[in-house]
Write a protein that binds this ligand. Structure first.
Ligand SMILES: Cc1cc2nc3c(=O)[nH]c(=O)nc-3n(C[C@H](O)[C@H](O)[C@H](O)COP(=O)(O)OP(=O)(O)OC[C@H]3O[C@@H](n4cnc5c(N)ncnc54)[C@H](O)[C@@H]3O)c2cc1C
Length: 271
């Protein structure tokens, strides 16, 4: 194991992310949690997902955003053996789904653009709790981490009761949302080659309006990926074909123009 999973912790040591500034919202959410489970295997997790109101969590940081008034039976993956980062002689890195974003930042075997993207994804308090699996399934359209993973040829292991399927991250993003009995167990990335990222944001700490990554692998082939130009981060060759939706951070036209500039800068960064 390259960067081992942290030792198991008791749930009491690891509170869910809660809106501490709003005690009433805290109380309302706690009332909705009718049961809390920490399965110690994927098989056990699947069995628990059969129960009424089952909600799967990695780090659980999205839980407080759920507006449903229905009771939730929380299935927490933290003890299911999905942590740790392993390096293989081929240059492939296998990253467990419950690896936190901070563990990605701290692991020297993780490619530089992935570590930096993990650092930018969320503030330190949330990085210590948010997991790679939860971040992938959340598929934020401006996620620099997903862009960095895409150019590193990320393949996602999705477990179902009948077996595990490995699929390209771009395929998984198009496949979302996951079915109730699909669990991301790990992500494999190719660490070889040279990569570069270019982004534009309103401030240095803000989410990017558009972010582009380029990587030339050991095979000499160039990969490009972008976020902020579609409903999820995408692998792309031609920015002319993009039709980005606009929002308060920038119109579709502005995002398309940015994409062209940022792709050029990212490509320059690897040459
Ligand atoms: C203050 C605050 C700010 C935030 N800002 C952002 C933001 O800017 N951008 C953003 O995208 N998110 C944001 N979030 C949401 C959240 O922090 C991130 O999406 C985070 O990366 C989710 O990781 P997690 O492990 O906590 O996921 P969880 O909350 O545990 O899960 C998220 C989703 O993924 C599913 N899931 C989790 N793990 C797995 C798995 N292994 N297999 C299958 N499904 C799984 C869950 O069922 C759930 O649907 C914010 C949250 C808070 C509290």
């Amino acid at each position: 194991m390259t960067c081992a999973a942290r030792p198991k912790r008791l749930v009491e040591d690891r509170p869910l992310a809660l809106p501490l500034a709003d005690p009433q919202a805290y109380a309302d959410m706690m009332k909705r949690i009718s049961a809390y489970f920490r399965p110690e295997s994927i098989g056990e997790a699947f069995a628990l997902l059969d129960g009424p109101g089952a909600v799967l969590i990695g780090g659980g940081t999205k839980l407080n955003g759920r507006l449903s008034s229905e009771p939730m039976s929380v299935v927490d993956l933290q003890l299911a053996g999905l942590g740790g980062i392993e390096r293989f002689d081929t240059g492939t890195l296998r990253i467990g789904a419950t690896t936190t974003l901070q563990q990605l930042v701290d692991c020297e075997d993780v490619p530089a653009i992935v570590r930096e993207a993990a650092r930018r994804e969320l503030p330190s308090t949330l990085r210590a709790q948010s997991t790679l699996g939860g971040t992938i399934v959340s598929a934020d359209r401006e996620s620099e981490l997903l862009v960095a993973l895409l150019v590193h040829d990320a393949e996602v292991f999705v477990a179902r009761p009948e077996g595990t399927e490995k699929m390209g991250l771009e395929v998984l993003l198009a496949h979302l949302p996951l079915a109730s009995h699909e669990i991301v167990t790990a992500v494999a990335i190719d660490t070889g080659g040279s990569a570069s990222v270019a982004r534009t944001a309103r401030t240095s700490a803000d989410k990017p309006i558009v972010v582009a990554a380029a990587r030339v692998g050991a095979d000499g082939r160039r990969r490009l990926a972008l976020a902020g130009v579609a409903s999820t981060p995408v692998l792309a060759e031609e920015t002319d074909e993009l039709d980005p939706p606009g929002d308060f951070r920038g119109s579709g036209e502005y995002r398309r123009a940015l994409a062209g500039v940022l792709v050029s800068r990212a490509i320059e960064g690897v040459s």
